[in-house]
Ligand binder design. Sequence first.
Ligand code: GCB
Length: 720
Amino acid sequence: MKIVNINKDWEFEKEGEKSRVSLPHTWNGLDGQNGANGYYQGKCVYRKTLPGEKKICYIEFNGANSVAEVSVNGKKVGEHKGGYSMFRFRIDPFLDKEENLLEVSVDNTVIPEVFPTSADFTFYGGLYRDVNLIYAGETRFSLDDGSRYAVRAVPARQGDSWVIDVKTSISGANADTVCLYELKDADGITVARSTRPSDNPDDILSISSPHLWNGVKDPYLYTLRCTLVKNAKEIDEREINVGFREIEFDSEKGCFLNGEHIKLKGVSRHQDRENLGNALTLKEHEEDINLILEVGANSVRLAHYQQAEEFYTLCDKKGLLVWAEVPVITIYSKARQQNAEEQLTSLIKQNINHPSIFCWGIENEITLSGERNKKLVAGLNRLNDIAHSLDPSRPTACAQVAMAKPDSLLNRLTDILGYNHYFGWYMQTVNALDKWLDDFHKTNPSVKLCLSEYGAEAVIGYYSENPVQGDYSEGYQALYHEHYIDAVNKRDWMWGSYVWNMFDFGSAARNEGGVRGRNNKGLVTIDRKIKKDAFYMYKATWSDEKFVYITAKRYPDRVVGTTKIKVYSNLPEVTLKADGYEKTVKADRIFVFDDVPVKKGDNDVVVIAGKYKDSFTVNGVDKLPESYAIGKGVPILVRNWFGTDGTLKDDCLSVNDRVRDLLDNDEAQSMLKLAAGNTVKKWYVKLLRPFRIRTLLKIAGIDPQMTDIINGFLQTIKKH
Ligand code: GCB
């Protein structure tokens, strides 16, 4: 097999305009993030000339969002639906001229039969991952069985020793060719070996007392080298990482890796980056992994879809436990069931060998609009069964929307469960979390629960000495996370939690905190340049790397008198020195100095913890700069609606208004787009204009809690 990367130099046509581009490429790198006027969702074409070919040749696309049609010299080669999985087509029969025109049309229009149709992230269109040509011989590891390597090698413990169940798919198998398996340790020493006929290649390899893959502590990998040998000559080969590990979940005791208790300290990651959109290279993947390791996480939720092969491989190497999932999200429809099954099958077949992946997520917040759809449970059961039959070794998971009732059928459908909770951001206060968790566990003692999401927005630039919910400050985000991580750590029965999100990400329809087109719940900004204060709270909680960090350094202007300075550190004692002031505080991670003197002009502040130091200069002023607070009239979704006490603000929209009142209001329009994407037909909306929102929600079976939330959102929008 020979792999030739063909990323360089494609003709790209968008709306009749042609240009030259190299892959990875998206046409939404800018408009998918600036939120100005929506983003381009339509069909674009990539073209390239390929030479004639007589040898067997496949073309491999590692990601084309979301529907791709491939043709050569005007003849259709194939079509793929689903923007996140790898796919291949054999093309040599089409490469019959000296020069052949390869055309790939890629379309990111939302269509009902392909997931996702509606979600809080930008559906960047394009050929955004590598494209390769793969040349192979008559007898070869299959290139069209839907897997990546044609070899599935899943280790399992059997008593005191371990076995690797190897299943291999070979095309053109024949009696002269054998398949040789060699398992090598990290030093390249062969520790197990076997030979099988190529027409019956499956095998079970045994190894006693292997060096275990033990998460971030010791991500030890073996390599399974598989070769096809004909007349003593190697004619094809594959190399696969193998990690020996066992993971178990218990509804009272949490998670165990190789028999040892481990709390999954997780963050979630979307695959985009400022201005690049989803078109990433290894460099960006590596930067992300390094930041995730720096914060001290040992697990990552790769939301909400299949991510790049390189990223799963990096997780294998670094020991991060991965929650992998498909974009079965927000709104269920039978029309998308087949596509959901295909995307799940690809996710599993293409990634089954990664020891880092510990579960298959089959859905996220699929009941956002209620649980009424009669086909929903059957559809999800089918996905659950597919995951189990393709991979009996891993548990299935789902991430439930906050409003899903604790006794929901869906809570018992998968092997392990997550809930996405935003108490203290979208609803109520952070304290509501504790009661919800305890009530849930009491009524569902056998459910193995984690928090699959929780987060609050922080926009760089906002500061308050006393941060409050909804002020978009780094300070409030940090307080929110202080509460959540303590709540999780206090409860031994919870197996883990996932911060939403490690990084700010593009969400074209959003308009929050004065920032358009972005979800600002990251611990790190979308350009990966700024680690927000909450990042250091987690680092102090999770990481062994010693440090001391002064929060709110980005806001040096403080009112003359005294100021409160909060410091994060994973050392037990911190001393703060300022002009004429010195104080030592002993605490657990969070050190508060609430009486640091501030005089007009410069005030140098130094903190010391063991041999570590941090410092900054406070600038004493009479009044905090206006820019520190979120401006009045800034259109935001969440501001002011938390804690609605039942009284309605008459000058703002509410569920008592009619559809037409929302449609005639710009701000409400952008919110509707966020909620429904492009899935609602225009004529249908027209028909609904005279109806009251409350009535419609009732007819649609939306439960009262959700109606309250929608009302809360509407109450943030001024009528005009
Ligand atoms: C959720 C969704 C996630 C959103 C997040 C948010 O529950 O699963 O996709 O981005 O909430 O920030 O609202």
